[in-house]
Design a protein around this ligand. Sequence first.
Ligand code: ADP
Ligand code: MG
Length: 289
Amino acid sequence: TSMTHEEKFRCELHDLEHFKLLGRGAFGKVTLVQATRTKKVFALKAQSKHTIVTKGQQEHVMNELHITSDIDHQNIVRIHCAMQDDKYLYFLLDLLPGGELWSHLLKSTQKGMGGFSEDVTKFYAASVLLAFEVLHQSLIAYRDLKPENIVLNKKGYGVLVDFGLAKEISGGQTYTFCGTPDYMAPELIRRTGHNWAVDYWGLGVFIFELTHGSAPFYAKNNQVRIRKILKGFESVKVPSTFSGGLSDLISNLFTIDQSKRLGRTQNGIYAIKNHRWFAGFDWEGLSDQ
Ligand code: ADP
Ligand code: MG
């Protein structure tokens, strides 16, 4: 008899010692834990069952479990197993000890630099791109790119965590409204149906935010933000410090028409990898972590 995902990934570990809090998100609390017998350390993501009530919320949790357990990639967090008690659902994950990319970005903006240098941004953007490549090959949209959801592994490479909004899009389009306001693509706001092209829009926001220290469609008020996003690249003030290659890349990622957006046209993700901003970038070195 074949095992279901739930059976295959049921944790056998009951002897976990809890140490420090690693991070918090909208739903989960992630703690550093150690298995008492083997002394192996992990990250344990706990989500309160109170927050998993509607059918949609249940689907998000199941999507997260299935997607992370099916994919084996150096830039995507590995899940070992899942378990539950009365109050919580738990995912046991590989420990990523390097901290959130968000806190590294904050440090660099506090030092008075606008953000990272273009080369540093390129390094993290390339990790995200490699992760998107395997996800999109399986028709999975990630839908929650932001510096809080990239955590560094012990070598300092960026790894994508948090697959709570990731979804396999089989019919070509999906309609669930989700994501973080600053990162939302126009088609998400219009609710006209979207697919993994939202991730390329998000990549543009991510690259801009990392290099500049703040998001391109930032606004104090949500109405203003929405108006800016719907206008696309036209409403973006490109800092004069950005190289020509960088500003060309983001202008192509901020294409309002999702079918014409860079990453969705012709040779897909290769169009981004081969963009002049990435000229000379060591892709092989990144795969060899
Ligand atoms: P949520 O769905 O609530 O946003 P996340 O999966 O994003 O939960 O986890 C919340 C935070 O916990 C992350 O932003 C990150 O700081 C930290 N975190 C998540 N997974 C790991 C991990 N495997 N190793 C170390 N820290 C992690
Ligand atoms: Mg998160």
